[in-house]
Design a protein around this ligand. Structure first.
Ligand SMILES: [Zn+2]
Length: 256
């Protein structure tokens, strides 16, 4: 680390759970962030500030006026720009050492190929199609998936590592086996979301990513954290693996 980096990350290095070695791990880490929106904004900000060395940003949208109520990475003058381009500029202003790789929309066809280059995937997307594609690809590539979702005044968060043995940990599809009917889906565009809720859940997602990269604390794998913003409360429930899961069922170890 250069003297400039030692000063930049001084508050990390002071933590005995991080230290110089932990900071080196972050500098060497490669994280794919899928969705540069309300959740992606704090995720990208905190990972870049923390010195995660390579950050992939996947999003195919452009910045719109109605994004700015919660997508704090962007400014009014970014309206109409590609989110990946605007996010790259914002991250570079925050930490010029971070290498940014921009990706288009992640789908079943390209997910495994993109994910293969990263240590971990974190997503804050607004559709089930992308979530399922990421889940399947992360199982194939054996990469941890940190997944956050928000709607109205609430949010949820978990980490999925179904490939880890001997424990049978759940995947995203163990939690959501089938895409809910359209009319039951909570969608920010239709239902609304208080902007600060995306800040809470995105920041918590960044926290879980950093814990996984550093190998400290208790992973959220096998648990689901639920935030009730109006009630000002969190609860964390156990999330069992589903042996009949269409995506990870076959992964459930029987030999060990
Ligand atoms: Zn599963």
């Amino acid at each position: 680390m250069s003297p400039e980096e030692r000063e930049r990350y001084a508050r990390h290095i002071l933590l005995k759970e991080v230290g110089g070695q932990g900071q080196q791990k972050l500098l060497a880490a490669r994280v794919l962030v899928v969705g540069a929106g309300g959740l992606g904004s704090p995720i990208l900000s905190y990972l870049a500030a923390a010195g995660v060395g390579t950050i992939g940003v996947a999003d195919s949208d452009v910045v719109s006026l109605s994004n700015l109520q919660r997508q704090t990475l962007f400014r009014t003058e970014d309206i109409g720009r590609e989110k990946t381009e605007a996010a790259k500029d914002a991250i570079k202003r925050l930490n010029p050492h971070v290498k940014i790789i921009m990706h288009p929309r992640i789908a079943d066809e390209n997910a495994a190929g993109v994910i293969a280059d990263y240590n971990l995937v974190v997503e804050g997307v607004d559709n089930f199609e992308t979530r399922y594609a990421l889940n399947r690809a992360c199982i194939v590539e054996k990469k941890p998936l940190v997944s956050a979702a928000v709607g109205r005044f609430a949010g949820q968060l978990s980490t999925f590592k179904p490939y880890e043995k001997p424990c049978a940990l759940p995947c995203y599809r163990c939690l959501v086996p089938e895409e809910p009917p359209r009319e039951e889906q909570v969608n920010c565009a239709e239902e609304g979301v208080l902007g600060a809720v995306t800040g809470v859940m995105g920041t918590l997602a960044a926290m879980e990513v950093l814990k996984e990269l550093l190998g400290v604390g208790d992973s959220l794998a096998g648990r689901l954290m639920i935030y009730d913003g109006l009630g000002a409360s969190f609860r964390t429930i156990a999330l069992p693996a589903d042996p009949a899961c269409a995506d990870c069922g076959a992964q459930t170890p029987s030999e060990s």
